[in-house]
Design a binder for this molecule. Structure first.
Ligand code: LLP
Length: 436
C-alpha cells in the first residue's frame, strides 16, 4: 500500500527509500512515515467534502502522532489541529501552527491548560463539562479575553469497537449527558456568557470504526436536540463536529471504508437534516487521527534472539515491543509484517514476534508467516503510524525510537532517537545524608 514496493535488491522500499539502508543509517527500532500517503489521506477527506459541496474543516487528531514536523505538514495540507493537552498545544505553538485552526479537547483540562489556550488565542475549546465551562469563562473575564467553544455531548451511540476506545455510549467519562438535560443547561449557560461564543456541538463515538451507521445516528441525535435548543434558547449551530474514529486496515480481515465514503454519507445526512429543519447547513468538522497517519507508518526492528518450542511455537524477538507499540498489549491489536531485507521471499514458516520488555504480554504479532528468519534480518511492521510513537514509553528504560519521514527518495529525520543521557535527564541524586 502507499508507496511501498520491493526493489531490485529484494528490499522493502517506501517513498523511494530502501528500508534496509534506512535501518543501517538510523538504527532500529525506527518509525518511518510515507509522507505521500499522508498527503493522499488528507486529500481524500477534503476532496469528499468539496464534492459534497458543504462547508467543512478537517482537523488532524494529533494524539495519533504529534511532533513539530508532523504539525508543519498538517498545516501545509490545510488541516486544522485537534490537541488534547498543554503538551500538544505547546508543540503546535513551536511548530508555528496557526492558532485559529487549533481546537482543544479533553475531559479534564487543567486551569493552566485553559489559560494557555486563552493566551494563545486558539480557534476553539471543545468544552466537556460544567467545571470547565465555569473556569474557562472565569479565565476569559479575568483577562478580558474571549473564546469560541463547542459543547461535547455524549451521543449515546455504541460504536462497535474495542471497549477502551469506545467513547459515545451513555456511561462515558466524556461530554455532557444527553438524557438528563445537561446539554440544555450547558447551552443556556454558554449563550448567557458574554466571554464565550457557542459555535455548535461536538460528538465522538469511538475509534477504528468500519461503518457509517454510528456516525449517522450521532448526527441524527444532534439534530433531534437542535429542535429543542432552537425553541428554548434560539440557538442555531454554525458548526457540527462529528469527531474522528474512521477505521483503517491493519490486517487482512479489516474492512474499513474509504475516507471519502464516511464523509459523503455524513455530509448527505447533515444536509438533509438541515434542510428539513429549515436551517443553514452548519460547517461540518471531523477529527481523523488514525486514518490520516496510521497506514503511513511502518516500524523497522532488528531481529535478535529466537526460541523454538518444538511442535508449539517459534518465537522471534525484536529490539522493541510494547515500549514503542503498546497497542497489541493494550487492545490485542493485530499487525502484519515482512522481512524488509528479503521482502520478495515466500513465507515458509510462522513466527510469533516477541518484544524485549520483561512482560509475557509483550508480544507484537502472533503467528506471522515469514521466510525463515534470523538475527540478520530486519522486520518491518506495517500500519504503526497512529498511536505507536505517541503511546511509546520508557518502560524498562528503553529509549524511544527515532522517526523518519520519507518521500521521493529522500529521508528526513523528524524525531531523534532518545539517548541514555536523555533517560536520566530528570533524575536527581539522593542527598548524602540519606545514604549514611
Ligand atoms: N476526536 C476525539 C474527540 C477523540 O477522542 C479521538 C480519539 C479522535 C478524534 C481521533 O480518533 P481516530 O480518528 O484516531 O480514531 N489509543 C487508541 C485510540 C484512542 C483514541 C482516542 N480518541 C488506539 O491506539 O487505538
Amino acid at each position: 500500500h502507499g508507496t511501498s514496493q520491493v526493489n531490485e535488491k529484494g528490499h522493502l522500499e517506501i517513498g523511494g527509500v530502501d528500508m534496509v539502508d534506512l535501518a543501517d543509517e538510523y538504527g532500529t527500532p525506527l518509525f518511518v512515515y510515507d509522507v505521500a500517503l499522508i498527503r493522499e489521506r488528507a486529500h481524500q477527506f477534503q476532496e469528499a467534502f468539496r464534492q459534497a459541496n458543504v462547508p467543512y474543516q478537517v482537523a488532524y487528531a494529533s494524539k495519533a502522532f504529534s511532533s513539530i514536523a508532523m504539525f508543519e505538514l498538517a498545516n501545509h495540507l490545510g488541516l486544522s489541529l485537534d490537541v488534547v493537552s498543554g503538551g500538544e498545544l505547546y508543540t503546535a505553538i513551536e511548530a508555528e501552527f496557526p492558532m485559529e485552526r487549533v481546537h482543544f479537547h479533553g475531559n479534564n483540562k487543567s486551569i493552566e491548560e485553559l489559560e494557555m489556550a486563552v493566551e494563545a488565542k486558539i480557534g476553539c475549546v471543545v468544552v466537556d463539562n460544567f467545571y470547565e465551562l465555569k473556569e474557562l469563562s472565569r479565565i476569559c473575564k479575568l483577562r478580558k479575553a474571549h473564546m469560541q467553544i463547542l459543547l461535547r455531548i455524549t451521543p449515546g451511540v455504541e460504536a462497535h469497537t474495542h471497549d477502551y476506545i469506545s467513547t459515545g455510549q451513555e456511561d462515558s467519562k466524556f461530554g455532557f449527558d444527553l438524557t438528563s438535560g445537561q446539554v440544555h443547561e450547558a447551552v443556556k449557560r454558554s449563550k448567557d456568557d458574554e466571554s464565550l461564543t457557542l459555535l455548535g456541538l461536538h460528538s465522538h463515538i469511538g475509534s477504528q470504526i468500519f461503518e457509517t451507521s454510528g456516525f449517522v445516528m450521532a448526527v441524527e441525535k444532534m439534530f433531534d436536540l437542535l429542535e429543542d435548543l432552537k425553541d428554548q434558547y434560539d440557538f442555531v449551530p454554525s458548526v457540527m463536529n462529528v469527531g474522528g474514529g474512521f477505521g483503517i486496515r491493519y490486517v487482512d480481515g479489516d474492512t474499513p471504508l474509504q475516507p471519502g465514503s464516511y464523509v459523503k454519507e455524513m455530509a448527505a445526512i447533515v444536509k438533509e437534516k438541515a434542510e428539513n429543519a429549515g436551517m443553514a447547513i452548519p460547517e461540518i468538522w471531523i477529527e481523523p487521527g488514525r486514518s490520516l497517519v496510521g497506514d503511513a507508518g511502518t516500524t523497522l526492528y532488528s531481529i535478535g534472539s529466537q526460541k523454538q518450542i518444538p511442535n508449539v511455537r517459534h518465537y522471534l524477538a525484536v529490539d522493541g515491543g510494547m515500549s514503542d507499540n503498546l497497542r497489541p498489549a493494550l487492545y490485542q491489536a493485530e499487525y502484519e509484517g515482512v522481512l524488509a531485507n528479503r521482502a520478495n521471499e515466500v513465507a515458509t514458516n510462522t513466527f510469533s514476534i516477541a518484544g524485549k520488555c520483561c512482560e509475557s504480554g509483550d508480544m507484537l504479532i502472533w503467528d506471522l508467516p515469514l521466510p525463515k528468519a534470523n538475527h540478520e534480518d530486519i522486520l518491518a511492521v506495517f500500519c504503526t503510524g497512529a498511536y505507536g510513537y505517541s503511546m511509546a514509553n520508557n518502560y524498562n528504560r528503553i529509549p524511544r525510537p527515532a522517526v523518519v519521514f520519507v518521500e521521493n527518495g529522500e529521508a528526513v529525520e523528524v524525531i531523534e532517537r532518545e539517548s541514555y543521557p536523555d533517560l536520566v535527564r530528570n533524575d536527581l541524586s539522593l542527598p548524602n545524608h540519606m545514604l549514611k
